[in-house]
Design a protein around this ligand. Structure first.
Ligand code: C5P
Ligand code: MG
Length: 168
């Protein structure tokens, strides 16, 4: 690994949507969603990409290695646990997230009214100010009405590179 004090991480996820399931995004239950995510966990496609982005920035693999979707113990699990674990792994190595950008591609429902709540929820999990979590919503223009797709980037910094932290 190079000695640069910054890394970019990236994550991507998709879940099939079905009637009669919960739709949870960034730890927020989407009210009145006609379709919800088919998943082994709670299917939170925002938290899955945030966790994958954290891990990928330090080349630590992906969440499937830490939470196999074949393991009975993780059935229906709260995906906040996945982010907490990924964050702990990053912090144990001396790194912190600086900011996160998430894109959610979903045709329905409109998520704009939930943007601030989702950003607050993700920011709280990462101990970041709300303004350091960007959340964008896109439709698939009808190309994937039965899917939710998510992508996230994260900037990681070495703790010693943080403003106000002396390396001496
Ligand atoms: O994908 P498209 O450009 O058509 O999205 C138009 C607008 O709809 C975007 O500005 C986005 O914020 C919003 N949107 C939303 N909820 C979605 C998808 C898009 O609020 N599920
Ligand atoms: Mg997922």
């Amino acid at each position: 690994m190079s000695s640069w004090p910054f890394r970019v991480g990236f994550g991507e996820d998709a879940h099939r949507l079905e009637a009669g399931r919960r739709l949870v995004l960034g730890g927020v239950d989407v009210p009145h969603a006609e379709l919800g995510a088919v998943a082994h966990s709670d299917g939170d496609a925002v938290l899955h990409v945030v966790a994958d982005a954290l891990l990928s920035g330090l080349a630590m693999g992906d969440i499937g290695q830490y939470f196999p979707d074949t393991a009975e113990q993780w059935r229906g699990m709260d995906s906040r646990v996945i982010v907490e674990r990924a964050l702990a792994l990053v912090q144990e190595r001396g790194w912190v997230p600086v900011n996160v950008a998430v894109v959610v591609t979903l045709d329905r429902p409109k998520l704009g009214p939930l943007r601030a709540e989702i950003a607050r929820s993700v920011a709280a999990l990462l101990s970041l100010p709300e303004g350091d979590v960007g959340i964008s919503f896109k439709t698939s223009e009808g190309l994937a009405p039965l899917h939710v797709q998510t992508r996230a980037t994260v900037l990681l910094a070495r703790v010693e590179a943080a403003p106000g932290v002396s390396g001496e």
